[in-house]
Each structure stands twice: as structure tokens, then as C-alpha cells.
Design a binder for this molecule. Structure first.
Ligand code: PGA
Length: 248
């Protein structure tokens, strides 16, 4: 039985004061609730603060991105060693905003995935198609390419040490949510594709959905058989709403 997983991707939002209130709200709202793996992804500059606020709770935290390089002259980058040093357990890899706004290729994403694993961080590998690709009937092809590039880099066994997030680009931050059936269709495709190479791993892999999930629709989406939780953006910035999503 796969444990449920819900992440809050705070993106480039928050101030010290807001983060402090958000963390307090989550700790209060989720005390004693450990049926779900809960992870928050603050901006790097608030990691230390979040670490302090979450200490003693059952909520994990992680980085929103990681460099593919180990250390050295890479101005503005954050290494896996640094994330590990700050107590991160997870790191987002290949979020669509990284792929599409900052031009990260699948090859770079795969290198980041490998770098995270070599530092005991659990990568959350984000995959998903744009609206144009969906309309051209290329959804499965795009996702296969994104998955296979990572598998080619680290091997199928290593994929088992990650979480996979299906996030259709057209549903992120747009208010457009994929229907539960559309989500299930792609999650099942991902699981079956992986099962062709490693059945047990596919059975145990947490595959979560992201894209305009909120308290009003999380229950319906999370009840699909191949959906093991969600990666939440906008709605994770409100403690009450995020707690409601986790509990659903
Ligand atoms: P959203 O973002 O919930 O605001 O659509 C999801 C994500 O980017 O992970």
C-alpha cells in the first residue's frame, strides 16, 4: 500500500512574517496527523527559518530546485550538499516553470535528479505536457521522453527512490484543473510504462498530481486509483486550505 504524499510548492512567494504564520498554521493543523507524507518547498532564503519552525513536527521540507553541479564557480546556484546541510529531505526537479521559463532541458533535469540522489535527497520529478502538445496528441510521447531521459541517466532502480509528479503545464496556476479521469489516465500510463521495466517499483512508486488543486477538488482527484497525492502551488500558501487538502 503506497503512502499518500502531499507537497506545498511555495514558489517565489512569502516574507519572513508570512512564512512564520504559514509554518505555525501547518504545525498546529497537522499535529498528530501522520497518515500522509507532507512536505513544503519554501524559497531557499527561508529554508533555515522553516527548518526551525518545523522542528519536532512530522512535516518535511525541501528545495524548489538544485544545481546539477557539485560545487564551485556557479554564481547563483544552490548545490545538493547545501540542501542536505540545511536538513532538506526532498527537492523538486524539472518543475515546468524550470523547464519552460528557465529553459531546462530533460538532460539537465536528469543530471539534477542524479545529483540529488547522490546526496540522499529524494527528487520529486515533475513531468507534464503543454496545451499545444496535448492538443497535438503528444501527451504520452512528451512524458515518455521526460521519464526516459531520467531513467537513461540513473537507471530504473533509482527511479524508485523518487516521487513522480504529473503536472500538465496548462493546469498550473491557471485555475484549469485536469478532470479526475484525465489525471487517472496519465497516472496509469506512467505506472504501466514503468511496470514494463520494473513491476514492484511501479507498484510502490508515489505518483502525485499537480495543477490548480485546491480543497474544493482535492478529494475527487486523490480518490483516483493511481493518484497518490498532490503537489500544490497557490493553495499551499494558505495554511487552512493546505491542511484541508492534506486531510482529504
Ligand atoms: P498550482 O501549482 O497549484 O498553483 O497550479 C502547482 C505547481 O506548480 O506545482
Amino acid at each position: 500500500m503506497r503512502k499518500r504524499w502531499v507537497g506545498g510548492n511555495w514558489k517565489m512567494n512569502g516574507s519572513s512574517e508570512e512564512i512564520s504564520a504559514l509554518v505555525d498554521g501547518l504545525v498546529t493543523g497537522l499535529t498528530g496527523f501522520d497518515e500522509v507524507d507532507v512536505v513544503v518547498f519554501p524559497s531557499f532564503v527561508y529554508l533555515q527559518q522553516v527548518k526551525g519552525g518545523l522542528s519536532g513536527s512530522n512535516i518535511f521540507f525541501g528545495g524548489q530546485n538544485v544545481s546539477q553541479f557539485d560545487h564551485g564557480a556557479y554564481t547563483g546556484e544552490i548545490s545538493a550538499t547545501m540542501l542536505e546541510d540545511k536538513g532538506c529531505k526532498y527537492v523538486l526537479v524539472g518543475h515546468s516553470e524550470r523547464r519552460h521559463v528557465f529553459g531546462e532541458s530533460s538532460e539537465v533535469v536528469a543530471e539534477k535528479f542524479a545529483e540529488a540522489l547522490s546526496h540522499q535527497l529524494i527528487p520529486v520529478l515533475c513531468v507534464g505536457e503543454t496545451l499545444e502538445q496535448r492538443e497535438a496528441g503528444e501527451t504520452e510521447k512528451v512524458i515518455l521522453e521526460q521519464l526516459n531521459t531520467v531513467i537513461g541517466e540513473v537507471g530504473i532502480e533509482s527511479l524508485g527512490r523518487s516521487v513522480v509528479a504529473y503536472e500538465p503545464v496548462w493546469a498550473i496556476g491557471t485555475g484549469l484543473t485536469a478532470t479526475p479521469d484525465q489525471v487517472q489516465e496519465i497516472h496509469s500510463f506512467i505506472r504501466k510504462t514503468i511496470a514494463l521495466q520494473h513491476e514492484t517499483l511501479a507498484d510502490e512508486l508515489q505518483i502525485v498530481y499537480g495543477g490548480s488543486v485546491k480543497a474544493a477538488n482535492s478529494n475527487e482527484i486523490f480518490s483516483m486509483p493511481d493518484v497518490d497525492g498532490g503537489l500544490i502551488g497557490g493553495a499551499s500558501l494558505k495554511a487552512n486550505e493546505f491542511v484541508e487538502i492534506v486531510k482529504s
